[in-house]
Write a protein that binds this ligand. Structure first.
Ligand code: HPA
Length: 217
């Protein structure tokens, strides 16, 4: 599940065989096909947890999806996390997610599926990458007005910020499915550095390969 539907299209056309377009409502492309004989679909999630929540819920309820992997970008939050690095998210902290209403006063801890996480680390290392593995922050805003929250995240070792993983992990927990988020650092909150557009496609391709290898290892 990439955030950008055009990335879903590119990934499906680049990596899958026997590809069929199965959704284009609201331009949120979804494709299904096979990879090395395994059935796999690539569905855009849109940006933010409310959007991802709709697509992930429907993939689970209507299509019985067993494994859901987000691939996307994030902002780096630690000095040792550099632009272009890959982060594999063990946990996802949030202020709130669409599931907040059911947890009430409880702070649920959304976490990745261990087997997927382990497989993804191995797949990234096989590509010659040294992924960071740890906690990320799923924010509700890109244009952030609460720098104090980011400071607390940095202080508590959070590796990067994005906008979808916490709800994906929560839905997977609720329905007994496997979930993971594989992220490339596209910009850095402390240094202001950003990945040039020309490099984004290559790093996106790496993430697709990691996700596919992790899902079917
Ligand atoms: N904030 C939230 N989401 C993001 C960022 C960011 O800085 N970079 C990429 N996705």
């Amino acid at each position: 599940m990439p955030g950008d539907p055009y990335r879903a299209k590119w990934a499906a056309e680049t990596f899958l065989s026997d590809v069929r377009l199965v959704n284009e409502v609201r331009g949120m492309f979804g494709f299904t096909g096979t990879w090395k004989g395994h059935r796999v679909s690539i569905q855009g999630s849109g940006m933010g947890m409310p959007s991802l929540s709709i697509y992930a819920n429907e993939l689970i309820r209507d299509f019985d999806a067993q494994t859901l992997i987000r691939i996307g970008s994030c902002g780096g939050m630690q000095p040792h996390v550099k632009v272009r690095d890959v982060i594999i998210a063990m946990t996802a902290t949030s202020v709130s997610s669409p599931s907040r209403t059911i947890f009430k006063e409880v702070n649920f801890a959304p976490s990745a599926d261990w087997t997927l996480l382990r497989n993804a680390v191995a797949a990234a290392e096989a590509q010659g990458l040294s992924p960071h593995v740890g906690g990320i922050y799923s924010s509700d805003t890109f244009y952030d007005e609460r720098p104090d929250l980011n400071e607390q995240m940095v202080r508590h070792g959070i590796l990067g910020v994005e906008m979808e993983a916490a709800e994906l992990y929560t839905l997977a927990a609720r329905y007994g499915r496997r979930a993971l988020a594989v992220l490339t650092v596209s910009d850095h909150l402390q240094t202001g550095e950003a990945l040039p557009a020309s490099e984004r496609e290559r790093s996106f391709g790496e993430m697709v390969e990691i996700a596919l290898a992790a899902a079917f290892a």
